[in-house]
Design a protein around this ligand. Structure first.
Ligand code: PAF
Length: 299
């Protein structure tokens, strides 16, 4: 069985209209393709939630900071469709650039607060691009539910804020980060790592999990973050772009862990920028997935 592919908003709406007339709940999984097990876990979660699941595949130029990065982004539509078919996804929506941003397109959706700092500080305009395309995808698909990975935790909070602020009637669900057996968070960027970098990469998750545990035990946030930075660099990362403890819900900086926190990092390993995050519960001995478990929270 192959997944039907549609390329226009009109056709997407026509099909979703027939599903709605049949009384089906509809979920959407927005992606930029190059699908890996992390994406597939979102599709499985969507299929468990809704009778009809749309996967979108659009490499969104508005969220790239560099033309070279956009050009280098993998385009693997046939392989992606082949990965989706056995799961039972019902539709793959692959608009081209003109369908998504026709001539004269002049609107930007910009979310303040949660999009500031962290990746927002280092990738200017990135979250405007994400909020703009995701709001369009939500309105185009008219789905009841949407699924995103917690791997891009700041993006998830930007999308939640945007949907709430614009009264888009959709439930946004964040799904746990899927990890390799050694703890490295799955990412389409991992293929860019050399063999030696790939050996170093799991240190990022290891330091995050250990730091979160010690934060929960009450150690100083400031001292632990400084130590964690030093450990990541000592492991072989070229630069830690940011390593911060933020509040889980509104991403406010947390100088002390007095409410549910999230420890977020971006670091450069050679020419590859890796991001990751783990929860930092504000109490002791909360179980988290150590490296070696496949999915955060599956213990
Ligand atoms: O996470 C991604 O793949 C993209 O940022 C998204 C949400 C599909 C928007 O282009």
């Amino acid at each position: 069985m192959s997944v039907p592919i549609v390329r226009t908003v009109a056709e997407l709406r026509r099909i979703v209209g027939t599903w709605r007339a049949e009384g089906h709940r509809v979920a959407v999984v927005p992606t930029m393709g190059a699908l890996h097990e992390g994406h597939l876990s979102l599709v499985r979660a969507a299929l468990a939630d809704a009778e009809r699941v749309i996967v979108t595949l659009f490499v969104n130029p508005k969220q790239f900071n560099s033309a070279a990065d956009l050009a280098a982004y993998p385009r693997t539509e046939n392989e992606d469709a082949a990965k989706l078919a056995p799961l039972g996804a019902h539709l793959l929506f692959c608009p081209d650039g003109d369908e998504m941003y026709p001539a004269g397109f002049a609107t930007t959706v910009s979310v303040t607060g949660v999009s500031e700092g962290l990746c927002g500080a280092h990738r200017p305009g990135h979250f405007d691009g994400v909020a703009t395309v995701v709001s369009k995808l939500f309105l185009q698909a008219g789905a009841d539910a949407a699924f995103f990975g917690e791997k891009d935790f700041q993006q998830l909070q930007v999308v939640r804020r945007m949907a709430a602020d614009l009264n888009i009637p959709i439930e946004v669900t964040g799904c746990p980060t899927v990890r390799e057996a050694d703890g490295l968070a799955l990412s389409s960027r991992n293929v860019r790592l050399s063999a030696q970098e790939r050996r170093i990469a799991p240190a990022l998750a290891k330091v995050l999990f250990e730091t979160a545990e010690r934060l929960g035990a009450g150690e100083s946030v400031e001292l632990l973050l400084a130590e964690a930075r030093a450990r990541i660099e000592a492991a072989g990362f070229r630069e830690v772009e940011y390593l911060e403890l933020r509040a889980e819900d509104d991403l406010a900086p947390l100088p002390v862990l007095d409410r549910a926190g999230r420890l977020l990092v971006a670091a450069w390993l050679g020419e590859t920028r890796l991001i990751d995050n783990v929860s930092a519960p504000a109490r002791q001995a909360i179980p988290q997935s150590p490296p070696g478990r496949l999915v955060d929270g599956q213990i």
